[in-house]
Write a protein that binds this ligand. Structure first.
Ligand SMILES: [Zn+2]
Length: 155
C-alpha cells in the first residue's frame, strides 16, 4: 500500500486512512475548528438581533454608548435581474415584481450583515441607518450595490 502525507501534520499515512487529506487526529482537530467557527457565526447571528432605526434617537431607547459607524453591502449581479426577467412572463406586473423581490432580498441581506457588524462592535442597535443603491461597473459587467450604513450603539 502506498502512503500519502497528511496535509495537517505532514506525517505519512496509508492513503485509505486519510480523510480529506488529513489523518484521524488532524481531521478531528479540523472538524472541531470548523464547529467552533460555525458556533461563533451562530452566536454572532443570535447576538445580532439588534434594533435598527433610521432615526438618530427614539423615545424609549436610551443610548448608553456610541460605537462608531457600521456599514454593510450586498451586491446584486446583473444576472439576477436578467434571470428575474426571464422568469417573469407577465410583461407588466411580473417584471416589476421580480425586480422588487430581488431588491428587497438584497436590502434584507445588507441589513442582516449590518446587524452582525453591530454585534461585532459589541452593540445591540444602530441609529441613523441609511440604505443606498449604487450602480457599479467593474470590468464590463454591471452590478447593483445595496449599502446599509449607520451608527452602532449600545442601548
Ligand atoms: Zn495529521
Amino acid at each position: 500500500m502506498f502512503k500519502k502525507r497528511c496535509r495537517g501534520c505532514s506525517k505519512d499515512f496509508y492513503a485509505l486512512d486519510l480523510m480529506n487529506g488529513l489523518c484521524a487526529d488532524c481531521f478531528t482537530d479540523s472538524a472541531r475548528a470548523a464547529d467552533a467557527e460555525t458556533q461563533a457565526e451562530a452566536n454572532l447571528t443570535s447576538r445580532a438581533e439588534s434594533v435598527i432605526l433610521t432615526t438618530e434617537c427614539c423615545p424609549g431607547f436610551a443610548i448608553k454608548d456610541r460605537l462608531g459607524i457600521v456599514a454593510a453591502e450586498c451586491c446584486l449581479g446583473v444576472n439576477i435581474f436578467r434571470d428575474a426577467f426571464a422568469g417573469a412572463r407577465d410583461l407588466f406586473g411580473g417584471r416589476t415584481e421580480a425586480m422588487q423581490k430581488a431588491l428587497a432580498e438584497a436590502r434584507e441581506a445588507a441589513v442582516a450583515e449590518l446587524k452582525k457588524e453591530v454585534a461585532r462592535r459589541g452593540g445591540n442597535g444602530a441609529v441613523g441607518v441609511r440604505i443606498g443603491y449604487e450602480q457599479i461597473s467593474p470590468g464590463s459587467g454591471n452590478m447593483l450595490l445595496v449599502t446599509a450604513i449607520g451608527t452602532a450603539v449600545a442601548i
